[in-house]
Design a protein around this ligand. Structure first.
Ligand code: GLN
Length: 494
């Protein structure tokens, strides 16, 4: 049951071979038994989950079930959920219980899905390894001495270790795709504005985007159908006609022929991505995956993204600038942590923020405040915004020649816990391949495509032009019909 697809689970629920309560209990039992060694969850609340599962069973019995009714979903703890602790991995919000639901949570609840729990993450989603959490690091089920990737590491691991069939995450600079790659699951960051940010605790608002984690592209499509859609409470939510993200899973491309489902597809491979920083084991798994796309009928061409090298430096100006502004709300007055002892109001602010935030969050606030300050704004912030435009233009140019861009998600397989925590620049360099899609607002995904050294998973990165999620999912689905990387289960979690 724990390896079943969403379609198989929905069929089993409809045929009453399993109930939503049994499915939820099964996940809760696995979390109880296996999560001690992984730390993927910050909060589980079986009473609450089972109450929703009972309601889902009643809905199924009444014949009103949808594709997600009765399906347990693990939500990244950046999405607030009514009545649930919503911590964002921070001491600042460690005892904050949300009075309302995020739009994403609301959508899943309306669909009859079950909130299985809240997953662990880097504090305020700042990190590439899920080690900066106030609740301790997440461990990788493929090797518990390795990182899970971040910042949505808990969600990726919950899916990889079969603690949850599916999960949600957010991606500001790679936080869905990078942990998906390092933990061996599928993750999709949609076009900016597709998924409402309402109730998604803000990190860098012009980059943050919610998206799904699952074990297959077909499951991601089912999840995105529920998560996506206009929401007037998010001023950057896109007002577009609803679409069925599963529509291209089985629809042949115009140039397809027998045995060549990807016939006519032009895959662009950026030469900049296969350079010195890329580990050879990752490069060879990604190259084999690109060969597989060729076997499926795609043609592969070289493209150029000349400003790739500027994406990390510009992101690490823009994201901290926005974060320093967004995080000013945590002042000990309105909600969240307040220092227990202080002299006056200013001292209360200072002590609250000194005690409530961890080192990485403080580093971001300092950088952000600096680059926005008078005298440095033009030199750093404004320049980074100009570079952001150039990076977006690189993609526009590339998409004149190709339909999709393929490459690595991460420069290496999962690294050892603790290996990069004291060297922020090394940590930031993990984001070299993922950040550009956020700066440009493009949809991008990671799917498992092989294993590197010591049997650790490698992800294939697919980046599409705006609003081409359905096609990306279709390409990934064809790849997954021809290969079984996405079906591999870490030893001990089958
Ligand atoms: N690793 C990047 C950062 O630390 C991206 C994080 C994210 O996407 N939330 O900012």
């Amino acid at each position: 049951m724990i390896n079943a697809s969403l379609k198989e689970l929905a069929d089993a629920l409809a045929a009453r071979r399993v109930s939503a309560v049994e499915l939820t209990e099964h996940c809760i039992e696995r979390i109880g038994r296996l999560d001690k060694g992984l730390n993927a969850f910050i909060t589980v609340d079986p009473g609450r989950s089972l109450e929703q599962a009972r309601a889902a069973d009643a809905r199924i019995a009444a014949g009103h079930a949808g594709p997600l009714t009765g399906i347990p979903v693990a939500h990244k703890d950046i999405f607030v959920a009514k009545g649930w602790p919503s911590t964002c991995g921070s001491r600042m919000l460690a005892s904050f219980v949300s009075p309302y639901d995020a739009h994403v949570v609301e959508r899943f609840n309306d669909a009859g899905a079950v909130v299985l729990g809240k997953t662990n993450m880097d504090e305020f989603a700042m990190g590439s390894s899920s080690e900066t959490s106030w609740f301790g690091p997440v461990r990788n089920p493929w090797n518990v001495d390795r990182v899970a990737g971040g910042s949505s590491g808990g969600s990726a691991v919950a899916v990889a270790a079969r603690l949850a069939p599916v999960a949600t995450g957010t991606d500001t600079g790679g936080s869905i795709r990078q942990p998906a790659a390092l933990s061996g699951v599928c993750g999709l960051k949609p076009t900016y504005g597709t998924v409402s940010r309402y109730g998604m605790i803000a990190f860098a608002s012009s980059l943050d985007q919610g998206g799904p984690f699952a074990r297959s592209a077909a499951d991601l499509a089912v999840l995105l159908n529920v998560m996506a859609g206009f929401d007037a409470r998010d001023s950057t939510s896109l007002e577009r006609a609803p679409e069925d993200y599963a529509r291209e899973l089985e629809r042949p491309l115009p140039g397809a022929s027998a045995g060549k489902p990807l016939g006519g597809l032009r895959v662009g491979v950026p030469s900049e991505y296969f350079s010195a920083g890329l580990a050879s084991d990752v490069a060879s798994a990604v190259e084999s995956a690109i060969d597989e796309l060729k076997k499926l009928g795609a043609s592969v061409i070289e493209v150029h993204l000349p400003n790739t090298g500027l994406s990390v430096p510009s992101y690490y100006v823009i994201a901290p600038a926005e974060a320093s502004s967004n995080l000013s709300r945590y002042d000990g007055v309105r909600y969240g942590y307040r220092a227990p002892e202080y002299d006056d109001l200013v001292d209360m602010y200072c002590k609250t923020r000194a005690q409530g935030f961890g080192a990485e969050v403080k580093r971001r606030i300092l950088i952000g405040t600096y680059v926005l300050s008078h005298g440095y704004y033009d030199a750093y912030y404004l320049k980074a915004q100009k570079i952001r435009r150039l990076i977006a233009r690189d993609f526009t140019d590339a998409f004149r020649q190709c339909d999709v861009i393929a490459g690595p998600v991460t420069p290496t397989v999962a690294f050892a816990l603790g290996a990069k925590v004291s060297d922020p620049v090394q940590m930031y360099l993990n984001d070299i391949y993922t950040i550009a899609a956020n700066l440009a607002g493009l949809p991008a995904m990671s799917i498992p495509c092989g294993f590197g050294s010591e049997g650790l998973p490698v992800g294939l990165h697919l980046v599409g032009d705006y609003f081409t999620e359905a096609r990306l999912l279709g390409i990934a689905h064809q790849f997954q019909k021809a290969t079984d990387w996405h079906a591999r289960v870490p030893a001990g979690y089958a």
